[in-house]
Design a binder for this molecule. Structure first.
Ligand code: PLP
Length: 396
């Protein structure tokens, strides 16, 4: 590709491609958002780089704005560069706060590809190359609304069994909606149950909202009144709308367990990233794109459900807001990775950029920019319908 703007990428031949991935979920406000670019340009003329240990006005301003924007009242932010780094920092805080050294995480969970983040990431194929192979993480089943009670009982039993040998866990780490392995939504009763469990065993509850944060699921964050508040909220991706910046948010009490410098990196809270993040927060506060994500997510899901009913090869859609997925299926309705590869090849030919894979290997994931308009949403659904027809004909 050569350039990008809004929902569209332009390749070196001048052809347009619709980006239904929003740059791995990092550009919720669309590619090349003018407010973000202007803020970066302004900041670059003021300071290009100073280092995390030198105070700078834009960082103070961004930290204040981020805390005010987040559901963590009176909190504090620790800035990092990538999502994985912020997960590492959150785990350090949990270990420091509890003096404990293992965590509970979830099947199909994904938290990044550095060693610490991999230690709570479910897929063995990713953990295989990690410097930390045996971290003792307990992987439990994530539950939707219907199965919350049974899953919480099972989790508590497994934690108690592990605690008899290793003591209680430092943290329970959860994505409120898992994306990487195929979009699985945790029910709000389940999340509330995790809050109660974490309180009972005095473990740190960490919400990884690196993907779900900043409107993706049709809410600004999943953490909040309708679910519960975690002890630590980890954000990244859309925070910089394409400029690398991530953060751990928590109360002043818990954030103060790590002494200054216990977690830092050279480019953390880079002036340009702070300027970008500040512009993102202002634009988000002004435009509240989560409302559009909720509305267009419902429209797209309705269209996908129709495509699924009409096609023998597309499973029912699932997800929340503009984080949606469906399976490509064989003639018996079972997930079919070969059909997903055909789907992705057809999508490339139709100039639609999608992510596939997931736990079944047959999932197609949709995370377009939240700034997509009605026409673009219709274009996306129409293109998927055409591909589904072709797939059905090919496999008939
Ligand atoms: C939920 C979640 N956590 C953590 C990460 C890791 O973020 P990064 O790729 O910025 O390290 C990702 C990346 O996709 C993610 O989806």
């Amino acid at each position: 590709m050569a350039t990008a703007a809004g929902c569209w990428l332009t390749d070196v031949h001048g052809r347009s491609h619709f980006d239904a991935t929003a740059g791995s979920g990092a550009v919720n406000l669309g590619h090349a958002h003018p407010a973000v670019i202007a803020a970066c340009e302004r900041q670059l003329r003021r300071t290009l780089h100073l280092g995390w240990n030198i105070a700078i006005d834009i960082r103070e301003d961004f930290a204040r704005s981020l805390v005010a924007f987040s559901p963590i009242a009176e909190g504090q932010a620790l800035f990092c560069v990538t999502g994985a780094e912020a997960i590492e920092a959150a785990l350090k805080i949990a270990h420091a706060a509890t003096g404990r050294h293992w965590s509970a995480a979830f099947e199909s969970g994904f938290h990044g590809k550095t060693a610490g983040a991999l230690s709570v990431t479910w897929r063995e194929g990713f953990r295989r190359y990690s410097a930390l192979r045996d971290t003792g993480t307990l992987f439990a089943a994530l539950a939707d609304e219907d199965s919350a009670a049974a899953a919480l009982d099972a989790l508590e039993t497994s934690i108690a069994a592990r605690a008899r040998e290793s003591g209680p866990p430092a943290a329970i780490v959860v994505e409120p909606v898992q994306c990487a392995e195929g979009v699985f939504v945790a029910g709000s009763a389940f999340l509330k149950g995790l809050r109660r469990l974490a309180d009972r065993i005095q473990a740190v509850l960490i919400f990884d909202e690196i993907y779900t944060g900043f409107g993706r699921t049709g809410r600004c964050f999943v953490a909040g009144d309708e679910t519960c508040l975690p002890d630590l909220l980890v954000v990244g991706k859309a925070l910089g709308n394409g400029i690398p910046v991530s953060a751990v948010l928590g109360s002043r009490d818990i954030m103060s367990v790590l002494p200054p410098g216990a977690h830092s990196s050279t480019f953390a809270a880079h002036p340009m990233a702070c300027a970008a993040g500040r512009a993102v927060l202002k634009t988000m506060a002004d435009t509240q794109p989560w409302h559009s994500a909720a509305r267009l997510g419902a429209v797209l899901r309705h269209r996908l459900a129709g495509i699924s009913r009409a096609s023998g090869r597309i499973g029912a859609p699932r997800g929340s807001g503009l984080m949606l997925a469906f399976e490509c299926c064989d003639a018996d309705g079972q997930p079919d990775p070969a059909a997903a590869l055909s789907f992705l090849a057809e999508a490339r030919a139709a100039r639609l950029v999608l992510r596939g894979g997931g736990r079944s290997g047959a999932t197609i994931k949709l995370t377009p920019p939240l700034t997509m308009d009605d026409g673009e949403c219709a274009f996306l659904a129409d293109t998927i319908a055409t591909i589904a027809d072709r797939l059905q004909d090919r496999h008939a």
